[in-house]
Every structure is written in structure tokens, then in C-alpha cells.
Design a protein around this ligand. Structure first.
Ligand code: BTN
Length: 249
């Protein structure tokens, strides 16, 4: 294993290939310190949300970030949203217009360029692992995909290297969320809502076995999504969004 290096307050491990960076951190959670990152070139069994796989060909950005102790559990969805806003900012700075698809995807021109997963636990101590996958050059298919097609950064502009992107991501993350006790999105809620995918449009939201239809109104500062449904405004804390036109396909 290569020696880790320090990047401001973070300790970075760089590996060529692991099974999954989420799994790598989880297996070492007691030994690793707070603010540890692993960044790899490829994963052999990357994990997506809802039990899906995350195909991880060489040359993408695959990283997991350990926060120990975990932020307060109520803030967990907000950490993912913060990461999505930071990625949108970085894409914007490269001249690429991107959107946050609630609860934690990054979309460019209707294609999913990045996905975020957050896992937390309390054994043997409190931990929180944020995982980020970004298609830099290739856009592999998302198994069992029900929503948007995948896209790669390089389709829309010159993609940075994964190491440069990590450095920029961490700098932006630390500036935007300097105090880990605080709500990571309270200071960026307007920015989040201005980049919200499908805002003002009709969508369907699937939560477990139920599907709801409504117009996307906003994300609240607790990370919940507000939809205007036939029975008025309704808040959701989890779910998968589809545009109504996608749902009809
Ligand atoms: C999703 O959209 O379903 C979330 C995808 C998260 C993928 C990243 S890649 C780095 C980290 N390691 C994993 O196994 N998964 C996350």
C-alpha cells in the first residue's frame, strides 16, 4: 500500500484498485483517523445507493471520506447535498452548467455525471463515510437504472485529473463547512435551490413501494424535498425522482 500524504487537514490514500472505497474505509474504520480519504483509479465492485452496483472503469474519480465521529445523524442527508453543491461549483468553474438532483446526484445536460452515497454507523465508534463517484472520461451504464442516463465530464469539457479534483473538492468543502457541528447546507440553501434539477417541473417520487406526483418546490435546510402535490405541499426525506416524461417511457 502506498504511503498516505497530507492535504491540509486531510490524510489521503491513493490506490490503483480496491473492491470498493466504501468497503476499504469500513474495514479499517477503527484504525483510520477522522478526515481520511481514499482515492482510487478503479474499483472491482463499487457500490451505489439502494444496493445497486457502481461500475468503476479506470480513469474515473472514486473516493470515500471518513468523518469520525459522525456528524449528528439529522445532518447526514445535508452532508451529501453539500458534496453535490461543491461538485456543481467545480463543474461550473470549468464552464459546465450542472444541477443537483435531490437527494444526491449531479446532472449535466440531463445525464448523471456523479453519484454520492453516505453510510454511517456507531460500532465500534461513531463513523460516517461519504462516497463519491464521478464519471470523468467514461460513462458506464448504471445497472438497474430507472432514472437518467449516465454522462461523463469529458463530454462537456476537459476533465481534470482525479487528484486535482480531489484537492479542489476538499478545499471547497472545508471553506463551506468549517464547523462540523453546524448544518452543512444552512449557508448554501439559496445556492442549492438555484441549481436544483427539475425545479418547478412535475416529477414522480418513489419512496419504498409508494409513488407520488408533484411539482418540485425546494429543498429545506434539513435536506428534505418539498413537492407541491394535488393535496398540497408535502415533504420527503428520501426517495428517487423521475421526471414525469421519464416515468411514461
Ligand atoms: C449512486 O449514485 O448510486 C452512488 C454512487 C456512489 C459511488 C461511489 S464510487 C466511490 C465510493 N465507493 C463505492 O463503492 N461507492 C462510492
Amino acid at each position: 500500500m502506498a504511503e498516505p500524504y497530507k492535504l491540509k487537514r486531510w490524510l489521503i490514500f491513493n490506490e490503483d484498485s480496491v473492491v470498493s472505497t466504501q468497503k476499504w474505509v469500513r474495514e479499517r474504520v477503527s484504525a483510520l483517523s477522522d478526515r481520511t480519504v481514499i482515492l482510487v483509479n478503479t474499483q472491482t465492485a463499487g457500490r451505489g445507493r439502494s444496493g445497486r452496483a457502481w461500475n468503476s472503469p479506470a480513469g474515473g474519480f472514486y473516493a470515500s471520506f471518513l468523518l469520525k465521529p459522525a456528524p449528528p445523524i439529522v445532518l447526514a442527508p445535508c452532508v451529501s447535498l453539500l458534496a453535490a453543491v461543491v461538485l456543481v461549483r467545480l463543474l461550473n468553474r470549468h464552464g459546465i452548467s450542472a444541477r443537483v438532483k435531490w437527494p444526491n446526484d449531479v446532472i449535466v445536460e440531463g445525464k448523471k455525471v456523479a453519484g454520492i452515497i453516505a453510510e454511517a454507523g456507531s460500532f465500534p465508534e461513531s463513523w460516517f463515510i461519504l462516497g463519491i463517484g464521478i464519471n470523468l472520461v467514461d460513462a458506464p451504464l448504471i445497472p438497474e437504472r430507472k432514472s437518467l442516463p449516465p454522462g461523463a465530464w469529458a463530454e462537456f469539457g476537459e476533465a481534470p485529473s482525479a487528484n486535482v479534483l480531489l484537492e479542489k473538492f476538499l478545499a471547497e468543502l472545508d471553506i463551506t463547512w468549517p464547523c462540523r457541528e453546524g448544518n452543512p447546507i444552512s449557508g448554501i440553501i439559496a445556492e442549492l435551490n438555484s441549481t436544483l434539477w427539475s425545479k418547478g417541473e412535475e416529477v414522480s417520487l418513489t419512496e419504498g413501494t409508494k409513488t407520488y406526483c408533484g411539482v418540485v418546490v425546494k429543498v429545506e435546510s434539513d435536506g428534505s424535498l418539498v413537492l407541491l402535490t394535488d393535496s398540497g405541499e408535502r415533504r420527503f426525506v428520501s426517495g428517487e425522482l423521475l421526471t414525469v416524461s421519464e416515468g411514461r417511457e
